[in-house]
Design a protein around this ligand. Structure first.
Ligand code: HEC
Ligand code: HEC
Length: 477
């Protein structure tokens, strides 16, 4: 999201009492309390070690599940603009934690729950159900089914992520690929529910047996929640970069001033908080408006054969409509390879996905090409990978021989994919040219694409190839 030119009050310039605190804590701790806490936990560890030596078993505290700050987003500005980002990143993280809570105790900003319409976007009861730990009664859905790939924070960086191509989605960018809505719009709840319920064919994300409809709805809410939270954090960092003078010590917000008796400091705090609320509202409204942005799929004109699956395609190819279908396929092939639609540029003449395949998706581009570093120059990206960025891997155009469509395989799904493109990926939206390439031609393109498929894909089979081995070594600190 671009930093909107907001009227940031110039009063947000307090530099006083900047306390240093570890980046992942949600609130400032007075240093004496920190010392006391440190003392206490040292004592506990010692006690535990003693108990361990006696009982040879010390029940470990359950590992905390915590959200991680978006260090890559901050670090990329530090590299690009040469400005110090650590404090801004901490401040942004403090705000999102105040507003959205923690993985075990999620909540929504008050400004959202107080608004009758916005309060409908995400159900807090559903958040409770999807969040929490595995085994906690009535809770823990996300931890159980999603976290190994999408990570606690929804940053797409779970334990298994580096072996996949594309990587599991980082929800924090607020961009989704397989949706019924127009470019730049959020997906609808139904779009997300469909993917969660059925999995993403051709990827490692598979359907989960035994998920009830209520579970799916709770997970939809949780994905929106993580995306909302993550997008707000990014907006706050963007705004800090473009609107504040970070070098002179401007703060995104200074938590110490929340209840300050100094009127000026208190006002600065309130202004910063309200700006963050505006950002949160903007993101929530985009989610709320998604149903209005659904792209309607037109009826195919009379005489054009529409196939809803490879199976149906094969049936028609063996029926008395075979000639008509062959003509449709031929027209599709001509367009596919022609200069106007130029699908073959990326997908290759035979649709094997072997055309231009050295491009990257937007999630990768924004912290590489976006800051002037070639994704191939790994050495220059080490500091970003050390902060959580996964090694760049190329976006692969689909191989149509495999017949696995990530965004659904009905004619309507493919119609939308081709006309809208796939957001965040190199796959563009089509541009029609009167008399040469028109809307009805999309049905011919679909028939051509189906003609390339060599076999009916088994459910969940033909997954996209794993990330190249050299790309799988993520730098982790
Ligand atoms: C084994 C790994 C794995 C698991 C488990 C997994 N996913 Fe995914 N998920 C992926 C991958 C990989 C992608 C990206 C697919 C692509 O871009 O083609 C993805 C993409 C998504 C997307 C983005 C869809 C879009 O339109 O952009 C959503 C939403 C999502 N997953 C939700 C979930 C939820 C909710 C769960 C748990 C119920 C889950 N995933 C479990 C691997 C996984
Ligand atoms: C600039 C490169 C490029 C061009 C041009 C291009 N594509 Fe793609 N296409 C891609 C990439 C990359 C993907 C995979 C995107 C992803 O899932 O992340 C893709 C995926 C697809 C898919 C798979 C959708 C799904 O749900 O799995 C279809 C269908 C498709 N393209 C059709 C076309 C057609 C038809 C054209 C021409 C009108 C075209 N493409 C032009 C790059 C391109």
């Amino acid at each position: 999201m671009n930093a909107a030119p907001h009227n940031t009050p110039s009063a947000r310039t307090s530099t006083q009492s900047r306390i240093q605190r570890p980046i992942a804590t949600s609130g400032p701790l007075p240093s004496n309390q920190l010392v006391r806490r440190a003392g206490l936990s040292l004592w506990l560890i010692a006690a535990c070690l003693v108990a361990l030596s006696i009982l040879s078993g010390c029940a470990p505290e359950p590992k905390p599940i915590a959200f991680e700050p978006n260090l890559v987003h901050a670090m990329k500005y530090q590299i690009k603009e040469g400005m110090p980002m650590e404090q801004a990143s901490e401040d942004a993280f403090w705000i999102v934690t105040e507003m959205f809570g923690t993985p075990e105790d999620p909540k929504l900003p008050a400004i959202v729950t107080e608004d009758e319409d916005l309060a409908q976007v995400v159900s807090v009861d559903n958040l409770k159900r999807a969040s929490g730990r595995i085994g906690e009664s009535g809770r823990g859905l996300y931890q159980t089914h999603c976290v190994t790939c999408h990570g606690v924070t929804g940053n797409g960086r779970g334990e298994l992520s580096s072996t996949m191509s594309p990587y599991p989605r980082d929800y924090r960018k607020g961009v989704f690929k397989f949706k019924s809505t127009d470019r730049g719009e959020k997906p609808t709840r139904e779009d997300l529910a469909k993917l969660i319920k059925n999995g993403i064919n051709g990827s490692r994300m598979v359907a989960i047996p035994n998920l009830t409809d209520e579970d799916v709805q709770a997970l939809v809410d949780y994905v929106i929640y993580l995306s909302w939270r993550g997008e707000l954090e990014r907006s706050l960092i963007d705004d800090a970069v473009y609107e504040l003078d970070l070098e002179s010590g401007d703060r995104v917000i200074n938590p110490n001033d929340r209840n300050s008796t100094d009127e000026e400091l208190k006002e600065t705090f309130d202004d910063s908080w309200e700006l963050a609320e505006d950002f949160a509202l903007e993101i929530g409204e985009a989610w709320m408006e998604a149903p209005d942005a659904v792209v309607e799929v037109p009826e195919a004109p009379e005489g054009i054969i529409v196939t809803n699956s490879h199976e149906e395609f094969v049936q028609i190819a063996n029926s008395d409509q075979a000639d008509e279908l062959a003509k449709s396929v031929a027209r599709g092939a001509m367009l596919f390879k022609g200069k106007i639609a130029s699908c073959s540029k990326c997908h290759g003449e035979k649709g094997l996905g072997d055309g231009q395949n050295t491009d990257y998706d937007d999630w990768t581009k924004e912290w590489t090409i976006g800051i002037g570093i070639k994704p191939e120059n790994r050495d220059e990206l080490v500091s970003l990978m050390a902060r959580g960025a996964l090694p760049p891997i190329n976006a692969q155009p689909r191989n149509f021989q495999q017949g696995a469509f990530h965004g659904g395989s009905t004619a309507a799904d493919l119609f939308r994919r081709i006309t809208i493109g796939i957001e965040g990926s190199p796959m563009p939206a089509v541009t029609f040219v009167d008399g040469e390439f028109e809307e009805e031609d999309v049905w011919h393109l679909i028939n051509f694409i189906r003609s390339l498929q060599t076999a009916e894909p088994a459910e969940g089979a033909s997954p996209t190839p794993a990330a190249k081995p050299d790309a799988a070594q993520s730098v982790s600190l």
